[in-house]
Design a protein. Structure first.
Length: 452
């Protein structure tokens, strides 16, 4: 214990001179360090008492790691400590290949909650939905379980099974799902033609190759013939890499700010801008969003909305407007820390508010979202414990009226589609079908303008 105290003394003595050298408010820094030292002394005393008096022998390293996790979880829902094996898994995941069931999860009211299933994955095929609460994993309660621990339990070798107990609003009893794990696809982009001249691109998350895959898909759609409009589907897209979302926006813009970040440290204040000289696309774009549209996907929607390059259609997005930095630690561990808020080109923070669609279209003929008098009960950032507050506006906010609502479920296109499967998809997805009708309307209006 004396060795621990000596180490704490050393840490404080090392940090204290640095605060004096680099801070213009050195006296305030000294006061802060004295307070920090007192609290560290309390922590070391409590650890000593636990080591000596707890009913069983304790694993000191495990206990300290638990204290670190508790400290970070008290900051916000997205900061966390990553043990060496967890840090390695995270690095693998950003490359787009890992074996699991394919869901984005968070903790709400100490319960593991689904933000959204990734389309095409085992969880999606099993019927797991946004807002579902995972009460048990393999019979073990998830109450108080950390995200890192939960992810570890949900992942496993391809072909292995995991048993989860789900509670969904409206259910009286838990329902058990046995899901067979699989390799979650590397490719996050897929595309097809809705009707001659109208393309559809679905982005499920933002990985390293997403912008490249999206550009390839766009080229394939253009090879099919003249592209009169594009639907970019970001529904239930939980996000991913910031730079990947910036590159996607850059495909459709040739100038202007894409996103800016603002934190406490100067090196966290950055602006990302579009580059000129790329392909110039004149076709209109409709972006689909919903409550599962989060983080990097909100950057894309917000940037193209602010630049009036796309019309946003659907329901309010999740509202995760914060940036996490991965800081490597000793022994291969890592610290995932919220270091900045991000702002759309108009200087708007969407943290805990989300992207407001230009046209509000609830998904009526599905179980994904039910809206009554403009109110939704689906999980969003603002519902999470200790969520970061909104950062306000960097610029003078523009007056925005409430978006118009289109809730007709029978607006099915009369045009002949490429195949029956696509026609059935449009029939069962009124948001997608409405997006196609909007694109056609824009083309008609554009044509009339040119004629005049």
């Amino acid at each position: 214990m004396n060795n621990l105290r000596k180490k704490l003394h050393s840490i404080v003595l090392i940090i204290l001179p640095l605060s004096i050298i680099f801070s213009h408010e050195s006296f305030g820094a000294i006061d802060d360090m004295e307070e920090t030292y007192k609290n560290l002394e309390v922590f070391s005393n409590i650890l000593s008492i636990v080591q000596q008096n707890y009913v069983d022998d304790i694993d000191t390293q495990q206990t300290i790691e638990g204290a670190i996790r508790g400290m970070l979880s008290s900051l916000d829902p997205h900061s966390s400590f990553l043990k060496a094996e967890d840090f390695k898994e995270l690095q693998v995941e950003t490359k787009g290949s890992f074996s699991g069931i394919g869901i984005e999860i968070t903790v709400k009211d100490d319960m593991l909650t689904v933000v959204s299933p990734i389309e095409g994955t085992p969880a999606f095929k099993a019927g797991i939905q946004a807002g579902d609460r995972i009460i048990k994993i393999e019979g073990e309660s998830t109450k108080g379980m950390s995200l890192v621990e939960a992810v570890k339990k949900l992942r496993g070798e391809k072909g292995s099974e995991v048993r989860i107990s789900i509670h969904r609003e409206g259910w009286t009893d838990l329902q058990e799902f046995v899901i067979v794990r699989d390799v979650i696809p590397i490719h996050s982009v897929r595309a097809n033609i809705l009707e001659p001249g109208y393309g559809y691109i679905r982005v499920t998350n933002f990985q390293r190759n997403t912008s490249h895959d999206l550009q390839s898909s766009l080229d394939e759609l253009l090879d099919e013939g003249d592209l009169k409009g594009l639907v970019l589907d970001l529904r239930n897209n939980p996000g991913g890499l910031l730079d990947s979302s910036v590159k996607v926006v850059d495909i459709f813009l040739d100038e202007g700010i894409i996103v800016s970040t603002k934190g406490r440290l100067q090196d966290q204040n950055m602006e990302f801008s579009a580059h000129s000289g790329g392909s110039e696309y004149g076709f209109p774009i409709v972006i689909l969003i919903n409550s599962g549209t989060a983080s990097a996907s909100e950057i894309v929607a917000g940037a193209l909305q602010d630049h009036k390059r796309a019309l946003i259609l659907g329901t309010q997005s999740f509202g995760k407007g914060s940036v996490q930095t991965i800081i490597p630690m000793a022994d291969g561990a890592g610290l995932r820390l919220t270091t900045a808020r991000y702002y759309t080109p108009n200087g708007t923070s969407i943290q805990a508010t989300g992207i407001t669609p230009d046209v509000l279209v609830p998904k009526i003929n599905g179980t994904e979202e039910e809206i009554s008098e403009g109110h939704t009960e689906f999980l969003r950032e603002k519902d999470l414990k200790h969520h970061l507050e909104n950062g306000g506006n960097l610029k003078s906010p523009e007056e925005k009226s409430s978006p118009p609502t289109i809730d007709q479920s029978n607006l099915i296109s009369d045009q002949v589609t490429i195949d029956e499967k696509t026609k059935e998809k449009l029939k069962n997805d009124n948001q997608l079908n409405t997006a196609l009708l909007v694109l056609k309307s824009l083309n008609i209006l554009t044509g009339q303008t040119r004629d005049n």
